[in-house]
Write a protein of this length. Structure first.
Length: 247
């Protein structure tokens, strides 16, 4: 049940890359540049799904929230094609337990920028004891791909209803997934190259990842919901958490 859907991740990566290329081509051909707002909004939401939902909430339990946001974040985390919250939490907890060692499932080779893979290592499951009895997470784990396909169909229906055809799908989902996947890949490679996690908060302004560029701080304080500590740290994941947390 907890096996990570590894095929979903590189497919999501390349669907996103192709979506970003298609969006740029459409803009070159004269599509309204206002669609860039949809792309930027989608990128921000995708970053929140990974940083806030999958990372800080489901994996580390860094904050508590309402049942509505619990369910919404579980669904959103599948739409970005990162597997499911259960599988993602298992892989990431293993990364923390064996960071930069033989048991670390994370790959920091440059090849990861083109093909996202995880190393086949035994997964740490202690965090899952608090997640396995959750009916929402178990349902989402079984139907992660269905959730993503439902979102695609919804955006297609919106395009047909408004006469904008593929634009909502491309600019609201595929292109943002491409930039989210690219930023995530660069982050994984750069933040651990040379051994040990590194803080590079200035990169948040160039490659926004909802605050994830304070990676050394996160490894030192994995249950800290707030990654940005200085006024210039762009931790918009924390801004969202402040709005939805109950504790």
């Amino acid at each position: 049940m907890l096996r990570q859907r590894l095929w979903m991740i590189p497919i999501g990566q390349w669907v996103g890359y192709l979506g970003a290329a298609l969006a740029l081509w459409a803009l070159w051909e004269g599509l309204s540049p206002w669609w860039l707002l949809a792309w930027a909004s989608g990128h921000v939401l995708g970053g929140l799904a990974i940083s806030v939902a999958l990372h800080r909430y489901f994996t580390h339990g860094a904050f508590q929230t309402t049942p509505f946001w619990h369910t919404a974040m579980a669904l959103a985390s599948c739409i970005v094609l990162q597997g499911s919250p259960l599988a993602w939490a298992a892989a990431h907890q293993t990364h923390h337990a064996h960071s930069d060692g033989q048991g670390d499932p994370h790959d920091t080779r440059l090849w990861y920028l083109l093909w996202k893979t995880y190393r086949a290592v035994p997964m740490v499951r202690w965090r899952l004891q608090a997640l396995l009895d959750d009916r929402v997470l178990k349902a989402v784990h079984r139907n992660a791909l269905v959730v993503a396909l439902a979102w695609v169909l919804l955006l297609l229906a919106l395009g047909l209803a408004t006469g904008t055809f593929l634009a909502p799908l491309v600019f609201g989902y595929l292109a943002p997934m491409g930039t989210v996947q690219l930023v995530g890949a660069v982050h994984q490679v750069a933040s651990h190259r040379g051994g040990g996690a590194r803080d590079m908060p200035w990169l948040e302004w160039l490659l926004p990842a909802a605050g994830e560029w304070r990676h050394a701080h996160h490894h030192d304080h994995p249950r800290d919901a707030q990654l940005g500590r200085r006024w210039w740290h762009l931790d918009y994941g924390w801004w969202f958490i402040r709005a939805i947390r109950t504790k």
